[in-house]
Write a protein that binds this ligand. Sequence first.
Ligand code: ADP
Ligand code: MG
Length: 323
Amino acid sequence: MALGEFELIGKFFSGGRAGRNDVVLGVGDDAALVRVPEGQELVVAADSIVSGVHFPADLPAAAIGYRALAVNLSDMAAMGAAPAWFTLALTLPSAEEQWLAEFSGGLLELAAQHRCALIGGDTTSGPLNIGVQILGLAPTGAAIRRTGARPGDLVCLSGAVGDAAAGLKVLLGTARTAAGPDRAYLIDRFMRPTPRVAVGLLLRGAATAAIDVSDGLFADLGKLAAASRVGARLELERLPLSPALIRSEGQEGARACGLQGGDDYELCFTVPADRYEDLRQTLQPRGHAIYPIGVIEATPGVRCHLAGTPVDLELTGYDHFAR
Ligand code: ADP
Ligand code: MG
């Protein structure tokens, strides 16, 4: 049974307050009102996911809802911000009750985990497109930018890269050999990436720069380096690659997925070499990984080394308008 616009907003998108007491006015009025505490800056980001561009049209609705918020939470993580509220601009081909129940289930499950309240949005009909705008908080001056990396800083990752790209290949039927539990693991890393919000908060005051890996490590580290007016050297043997990825794609294929595959939403960040050990001891006991994979250098560009030898790779990240 198809639902009307207001019925579907009331039924699926009105219950996402996530236990917050700083939502003065949520879904239902012309706009929402939230309380921003003194001494905090509002951190704002938006990311859309589009059917056929960011995910296959037949991806389970719960995964679409989960991913739509996860990619935005990841932007908060990369800024060292605490996510607080989000809006949802939803364009749907039709109002299928079952699909909407699963979609809002996946979305609001992740929202509740991060105490991020759904405070409004817009609902229209058209090709499937999910736009989320997210708002978070950081103490004044504490947000982490892309611009602070300095020569000598270590380049680090919060987790393994390449899994999501391989998972998407499995879903599209173009993966090499992924089978059994590896297949399920890789698909899950695409469908339910873990936004590293807790890591981002712990990076405040320690990381000199950060970015989340959405377009591929090589491309995203390149953006961080360019923003900081520095370059970087990557030691390819240090790339964290999951055993499932290596079994499925082979060592070289896994490395290519890790460098070029987007969608993992791990954090890539820089830390002064003499602060690395402190940061590691902050992160690891709390269950968070940290992998040093390279170093910031003064010369612009990202250079890859394998066992100390430069390797020339023709690498590009995802670019919506490149041909
Ligand atoms: P308006 O006509 O003022 O833009 P709408 O009719 O679009 O209002 O929306 C009514 C209320 O429902 C608003 O508070 C809006 O923020 C909220 N809303 C609309 N779509 C969604 C959605 N997909 N998720 C959450 N809230 C929504
Ligand atoms: Mg509206």
